[in-house]
Ligand binder design. Structure first.
Ligand code: PMV
Length: 332
């Protein structure tokens, strides 16, 4: 009863912010994203009677593997319990997980982590969920965006009316469009507020109803832009969406500041690139780092441009990738 899964992080073009049901992780809006081929989590789960308690070990980016405890461990155990219940067993397990990018810095590490954990645990338990069921089970783990890391390529998480109706689907495979996400890391410090806190306080912002209102049209525009490979429209919409999310966070009570001065400097750098005729657009998750979305033909030029900025500590870049996969090489 051992299996290993690999799942990608994803970057949202229309972001999920705010929930209608906390316990079930039901979002207030549909969200759309692309899976990131090069930024992933690999997780091995082994259920065995020899374990007297659940053991959770995580290898964070460039750190040695360590046992985790407290809240982080509990979230993993809650998800394992949910899956054990489906199989009607109480067998304990060992979980080992490694990330090839920094956690808690605005690259969705909880998305890849929960998608990989759920896929590996389901395979170890021989639950054999469909893709839709795997997306639902992953979503129930509490990181909603993880539901979008299950199907391949460009995905849309349908808000749904109830738990069984809220899951992500593939809009187009990775080969559909050679978009690249260039992630500019300005800080690897833990962010000021978790996305959990952000979702919970979204409704305290007087601008949140306006965001939800404009999202109805944005979701349609972004879906169409992806299908038509209309980069100009996609880019305009993703920037508006990121600004609207951060405006909501900044005007929540208490305000949540994810941006650092470098974040704003990089937004202006992206505008400057466009003035030079290089088409690139920014988006920013719940953290200070900036994602620059471009087409493959401009990726190298843009990466080189940012490599010379002293305040950028690291640059990751990734094309569009597959969703959660079971792989054969185990971590222990
Ligand atoms: O899935 P969560 O609970 O970690 O929330 C993710 C929130 C954002 O990353 C800011 C947006 C998104 O849709 O990915």
């Amino acid at each position: 009863m051992k299996a290993t899964a690999q799942a990608p992080s994803n970057i949202a073009f229309v972001k999920y912010w705010g929930k209608s049901n906390n316990a079930l992780t039901l979002p207030n809006n549909n969200s759309l994203s692309m899976n990131l081929e090069s930024l992933h989590t690999i997780t091995t789960v082994e259920f065995d009677e020899m374990y007297s308690e659940d053991l959770v070990e995580i290898g964070f980016f460039q750190e040695s593997i360590q046992k985790v405890s407290g809240g982080k461990k509990q979230r993993v155990i809650d998800q394992l319990n949910r899956l054990r219940q489906l199989k009607n067993i109480t067998t304990r397990c060992r979980v080992r997980s490694i990330n090839n990018f920094p956690a808690d810095a605005g690259i969705a590490s909880s998305a890849s982590a929960f998608a990989a954990l759920t896929a590996a645990a389901c395979a170890a338990l021989q639950l054999k969920p469909s893709l839709k069921e795997l997306s639902i089970l992953t979503r129930l783990g509490g990181s909603g965006s993880a539901a979008r890391s299950v199907p391949d390529g460009f995905t849309e998480w349908k808000r749904g009316k109830n738990s069984n109706g809220s899951y992500a689907v593939e809009l187009a495979p990775p080969s559909h469009w050679d978009l690249v996400d260039i992630v500019l890391i300005v800080s690897q410090a833990e962010k000021s507020a978790s996305s959990l806190e952000g979702h919970e306080s979204a409704e305290t912002s007087p601008y949140y109803p306006a965001r939800l209102h404009e999202l109805k049209q944005r979701v349609v525009r972004v879906r169409k832009a992806i299908m038509a490979k209309d980069f100009h429209t996609l880019g305009q919409e993703i920037e508006k969406d990121a600004l609207s999310l951060h405006l909501t966070a900044l005007t929540s009570v208490p305000p949540i500041w994810y941006w650092q001065p470098e974040t704003i400097a990089l937004i202006h750098e992206v505008y400057a690139l466009r003035r030079q005729g290089i088409e690139a657009y920014f988006t920013i998750d719940a953290g200070p780092n900036v994602h620059v979305i471009c087409e493959q033909k401009n990726a190298q030029k843009i990466r080189k441009h940012f490599a010379s900025q002293a305040y950028i500590s690291k640059i990751f870049s990734s094309g569009v990738g597959k969703g959660a996969q079971i792989i054969s090489k185990h971590l222990f």
